[in-house]
Structure formats: structure tokens, C-alpha cells
Design a binder for this molecule. Sequence first.
Ligand code: TRP
Ligand code: SF4
Length: 529
Amino acid sequence: MTDDHRDEGEPLPARENLLAAPSPVRTDGGSAAGADDVTLDPWGSASVADYRKLFEQFGIEEFDEVLPAVPNPHYLMRRGVIFGHRDYGAVAEAMRNDDPFAVLSGFMPTGDPHIGHKMVFDEIIWHQEQGGDAYGLIADLEAHAARGLSWTEIDEHTRSYLLSLLALGFDPDAGEIYRQSGNREVQDLAFELGAEANFSEFQAIYGFDGETDVSHMQSVVTQMADILYPQLDEPKPTVIPVGPDQDPHVRLARDLAERMRYFAVTEAYASFESEPEERVLIREAYDALREDGDDVRCADAADYLREHHADEAGARVIEKLENAGKEPVRPRVRFLDRRATDDAFEALIDAVDGEKRVFEGHVDAFDLSRDEAETLAREVELDHGGYGFLPPSSIYHRFMTGLTGGKMSSSVPASHISLLDDPEEGYEKVKAATTGGRETAEKQRELGGKADECPVYELYTYLLAGDDDEFATEVYEECVGGERLCGGCKEQAAELMREFLADHQEKREKMRPVLEELDIDVESPRRRA
Ligand code: TRP
Ligand code: SF4
């Protein structure tokens, strides 16, 4: 999640057909082309110059590709505000099949909750409404360690975030709200996960160095534990809705989930280990040679590949195949013993149906599919005291543009709207916002406004139009068609904002007693330092 010290945002990219989902890539309109450096720093000032780079450099996947698989997608998904994901297909599938799944996100209580946080609150709540186990957490340890906030400040903000989360519709009876500092299970899990990560890795991922506080590092393992916490009872697809600045955390959590597993399941064709690219080649040789009906030996496959793939990738696998000589090539799934107990490894061997071969540290199964093998490995792990984690999924939303143009920043109050802003003040801020309008009304009528570069239009799509796509489309079309002028458009947006804030704040008040009832200490018992 973003926090409000973080400067964020860039003008919304050009997106004709904004609502005609699934639409082609929402490019960044070329405006940011040339900005080569995309850094994802969870504690830095996250501005994403070019969202396309996130796909290319970091392997974030495009949300559009998974959108058709999502039942009743949320408006932030339909409108491309949620633009990227990792492995969200697993969550979408669980939703479609009514299988268990979870959603979790966390908030550093560093200031007042604002409309950027509202997006994430809404994402959690929507997944809860779709049947997910929902978790909202207050990252107070992180705020204390990485941002140096005192516990007094933290407590005040904690209350405020939670009131907004509840006011927007989070159901605390069905879901769970916690503070990092008050969740013993999370801290225990963090400790276990910390045994699988080391300092060099933190250096590489986060740029930590000899000056980095130990508590800051601890807050990282705590976040890893937060992300995996929904799976403590049973492994299930879990989505973490966040800003793309949190992607380094997601990647590490996916890695750690994997490293905690007792067994790794891979595919193999012979006794030696091979890389995925090598397996493609072996498969090709195997399929080609098998047509003759005879057993395919490793040496034959080597001959075949020498003829057809005399490149570098080929060379490595040819050597492996030659060394294996007369050994037959036979497809199989392989269970590698990673951190299983002896009992668990024995149990796995017993549980493998059909033909199998047991080696030191791995078992090959000849009659199991990859999926069957994955399921079996997880079952045995769970039966023997392991976690069986699935790699967590994530979705990423675009950062909002500041109302004054540029980035949204908490140090520039006019640039953002806090959920605690007086409704009148919210009204005024919208009225004073920068627009994508032309210099004169005539020009606007002639050329149309630039909705794609307009923070006010963004307010409509991210928030004010709510679920009403028709309304959002209407604003867009009227704007670019020159029928809508900025004065009236802002007036309408400002009124909606005033209404939203008044309504939200009223709901927050109603939630005070609900918050009191929750099993969470809003007053931290910690020393006030
Ligand atoms: N690091 C997040 C932020 O900067 C807060 C956070 C803590 C979080 N634990 C989390 C976010 C787990 C998502 C999931 O705002
Ligand atoms: Fe923005 Fe509205 Fe003006 Fe269009 S008409 S540029 S959406 S303020």
C-alpha cells in the first residue's frame, strides 16, 4: 500500500475506449517514454514514470489479460486503474469455483487516510463481498521502524484508518483486522520466514546497508508474515492489493513461500537435473525419436539435438545427455526434498502411486501428472507439520495524479483529498484542481478537453462515478467531444466529492462503537517512545 508521505502518480495515460474492456494495452501515451529508470522502492518516493516498464523489467503481468476470467470485476478493474498483477488467475479461478481464497493488505499509519487508501480499502472489501477471507492490517511496526513514528502518533492514525475501512463496508465479523504489533502468530511466522532470508538478499532487494536499523529489517519479515498469514490455517490463493511500489515485497514473499515448502516438484526426462529450456529440447528429441517405436536412449537424444540444435542452449543439454549414455529417456515428475523431515520424505515415497524410483534426496514418479504431484506434495507436507504455502498473488493499481497536477503528496494538502477533509474543503480543492481543459471555452468546444490528462476526470473514474460505468463514459465522451466545459464539470465533481466526504464521515462516526467492540488494542500498550 502507499502511504501518504509517498509522492506518487503521473497523469493518467491515454486510454481511448477506457471502459470498453477488455481493451488493448493502456499505453502511457508516450509521455513518459525515455524515462528509463523504474525503481520500485517501498520506502522511497514512488513515482512510476512508465507503467509499461513494470511489465518488461519486473515481469508484472497485464491485468487486462486476466480480466475476462474475473467474475463481476470491480470498477477499478474494468477501468484499468488496476493495471497489473502477479498470478491473479489463481484467485480468479477460486472465485469462479467457489473455492476458498483470501485478500489481505496493510496500511502504515503515518498520516490521515486519503482517497488513495480508499482504493485499497475498496479492493479488500470487494474481495470480501466475493466470498474471500478478508484481512486488513495496520503496519504499525513498520511505521515505527521505517518511518520513526511514535506510538502516540501511530495509535491516533490507526483508529482513523480502521474507522474508514469499516465505514466503507469491511465486515469485521467475517474478516479480520489486526495490528502487526498485536499479532503473535504473525510475529512467530515472521521469525520462521527470517530463517530463509539473509542480509545479502535484503541488500539486493531493498538497498539495505550497514546503517540500516535491525527493526527495519524485522519489519520486512513481518510484512512477509502478513502476506502469508491468511494461509496459516490452510493454503489458499491469496491476493495482496497494493501499489506497484510494494512489488519487491510481493516477489520476496512469493519466493519465501516457495522456500518454506518441504518438496519442490519439477519435471525430468532422465536421472539428471535439467532447466526448463533444456526440457523443451529433450521433449522435442524424445517426441521425434519415439515415432520409431523403440526406446529412446539419452545418447540418441544427444545425437538428434546435435543435428537440430547446435546452439549454446543445445550444447549444455547435449553434454548432459551424452553423460547419461544408455539411460532411457522417460518423462517423469520429480519430487525434490527441500526441507522435509525424514518422516515426511518417507511418507511421500509411500504415497506415490504407480512406478517410482527413489534416489538420495529425490523421488521420480512415472505415472503422476504434474498437478497430481503438486497436490500430493502439499498434502504430505500439511500432514507432517508443514505450511504448504501457495505463492501469494497481487494486483497493482495506478497512483492517482495530484489535484494540482504532478504528484499527489501529503506535504501539499491541495494535491490530495484526505478522507477526513471537511466536505467544504474537499469541494474547494476539487474546484481549484488543474484540468485537462483548453485555454478557452471556444477551443474546448472545438477540440474537446484532454480527459486523459485530467486529474478531475481521474476523480470520476477512481471514485466519484462509483460503479456507474455509463456515467464515467458519459463524462469522458462529453469532455473529449467538446460538449463538457471544465467549470461545470468541476462543479459537478466538487459536489459529488462534498457528498462523498459528508457521507463517509457520518459513517465513520457510526463505526466508533463497532471499533470499540473489535478485538484489537487501539491504544498500544507500548512505551511512548
Ligand atoms: N509496506 C506497506 C506500506 O508501505 C504496508 C504493509 C505491511 C503491507 N504489511 C503488508 C501491505 C502486507 C500489503 C500486505 O504501506
Ligand atoms: Fe477534465 Fe472535466 Fe475539463 Fe474534461 S471537462 S478536461 S474531464 S475538468
